[in-house]
Design a protein around this ligand. Structure first.
Ligand SMILES: Nc1ncnc2c1ncn2[C@@H]1O[C@H](COP(=O)(O)OS(=O)(=O)O)[C@@H](OP(=O)(O)O)[C@H]1O
Ligand SMILES: [Mg+2]
Length: 398
């Protein structure tokens, strides 16, 4: 081609032209490749599979510690500034879970319930917690390695506990952690839950809840009431999880890797009067009198199942109960995001809806609390409007 191009100058011009065309193609090709790589990395991130796996294993590992403390007589109970209790189990589980999250996702923020100031005043309790934390391992090497090794010493444990002080908000990736939800239930020998959720730009993307005292068999759950703890030995207890848009699942908790999961769904309830309520045990946390009045308005005569912790969200998500009401007792109480994020996603992915008493979706963009919401109403989608209606009549909101 070049031989037929004429003069030297013309040849060199053509050469420059040809090479710039090739360079142009190269540039476009690399832009296309870059775009493909970028979109496939977004697609990979969108599945949240890595986040789900780390969260499930971190929660499962933390339940090994909480189960130990559950069976100890002295649980290292302290009273926090707001008068609520905290135990060795809460601090230890928080340390183990944050360690796994920060190893795998070092850029992410964490909003967790506990902080170390009480422990800094109490060296005896601190070393009891360290003795527990340093020995906890999953009995499965690849799972344990995924969580990223152990903490070095007591001081590292305290520092990791304090990584949960993020203020939360509407932007970025934020984990919400309740190391032991239902601490009063935990102390009473009843239900409790280890709860972890990933919130991205205010939207809950991943939710994981470990309930060591819930029976694996869904149908037995309805008989689990106040203080009636089931055996939490290996293979008993349940690990629930959900990813936005992918449904909700449950699997038996184990001391090793993850056991096989099965999908869970809310029960179809063609007539609201046949629904069963799940409600809190503590009269100070939700108004049981108002719950009873709502049940009566809906024509429900079955007794409510009373459970501590987000085990209530888990129960209705698997059809052991249908409606969870948390009607405010104190007007100015702001619900905490770690008490609801994982349960909110689990129920919505199992075919339910979760709102406040005004019918507004829970808003996780407002910081550490749900300050723009009041109370919680969770029910199958088809019943939600009817239940909100009854709640609003009972609470004189309409
Ligand atoms: N006044 C008031 N109103 C509503 N909620 C409150 C209130 N005070 C505390 N808390 C929070 O309740 C969390 C425990 O909720 P539960 O659902 O387990 O309570 S119940 O025992 O089932 O009634 C409990 O979580 P944990 O501290 O993790 O147990 C608290 O964050
Ligand atoms: Mg809680």
């Amino acid at each position: 081609v070049l031989l037929n191009c004429g003069t030297k100058t013309a040849v060199s011009r053509k050469l420059i032209l040809a090479s710039s065309v090739i360079a142009g193609y190269r540039l476009r090709l690399s832009a296309i490749l870059c775009h493909l790589r970028f979109s496939s990395s977004i697609a990979a991130d969108m599945t949240y599979e890595h986040e789900r796996r780390v969260a499930e294993l971190a929660v499962q590992r933390a339940t090994l510690l909480t189960k130990k403390v559950f069976h100890e007589k002295a649980k290292g109970e302290l009273s926090k500034d707001d008068k609520s209790p905290v135990t060795k189990g809460d601090f230890g589980a928080q340390a183990l879970i944050i360690q796994a999250i920060s190893k795998n996702f070092p850029e992410d923020e964490i909003v967790a319930e506990e902080e170390s100031s009480e422990l800094r005043q109490d060296s005896a309790l601190r070393s009891e917690i360290w003795d527990l934390v340093k020995d906890i391992k999953l009995n499965d090497q690849p799972s344990d390695e995924l969580l990223g090794g152990s903490l070095e010493n007591e001081e590292a444990m305290m520092a990791v506990i304090d990584q949960g002080k993020s203020l939360g908000g509407s932007k970025g990736r934020i984990w919400a952690l309740d190391p032991i939800d239902g601490t009063k239930g935990f102390l009473r020998g009843g239900q409790y839950a280890v709860c972890l959720a990933l919130i991205v730009d205010g939207d809950v993307k991943v939710g994981v809840i470990g309930c060591p005292n819930l029976p694996v068999d869904d149908s037995e759950s309805l008989t689990v009431g106040i203080g009636s703890q089931q055996s939490d030995e290996d293979g008993k207890g349940v690990l629930f999880s959900a990813v936005q848009g992918e449904g909700a699942v449950s699997r038996p908790l184990t001391s090793a890797g993850l056991s096989p999961s099965k999908p869970i769904h809310m029960r179809p309830v063609p007539d609201v009067s046949h629904a069963v309520f799940c409600e809190g045990v503590e009269a100070a946390h939700s108004n049981q009198g108002d719950n009873a009045a709502v049940a009566q308005r809906l024509g429900i005569s079955a007794p409510s199942v009373r459970l501590d912790s987000q085990a209530k969200y888990c129960s209705i998500a698997r059809g052991a109960g249908d409606i969870y009401l948390r009607l405010p007792v104190k007007k100015d109480y702001q619900e905490k995001i770690w008490d609801h994020a994982a349960g909110d996603l689990l129920v919505r992915e199992a075919g339910g809806q979760v709102t406040d008493i005004y019918g507004k979706r829970l808003d996780f963009t407002k910081g550490r609390t749900l300050k723009d919401n009041k109370g919680v109403v969770a029910a199958p989608v088809a019943l939600q409007d009817q239940v909100i209606d009854a709640v609003q009549i009972v609470l004189n909101l309409k």
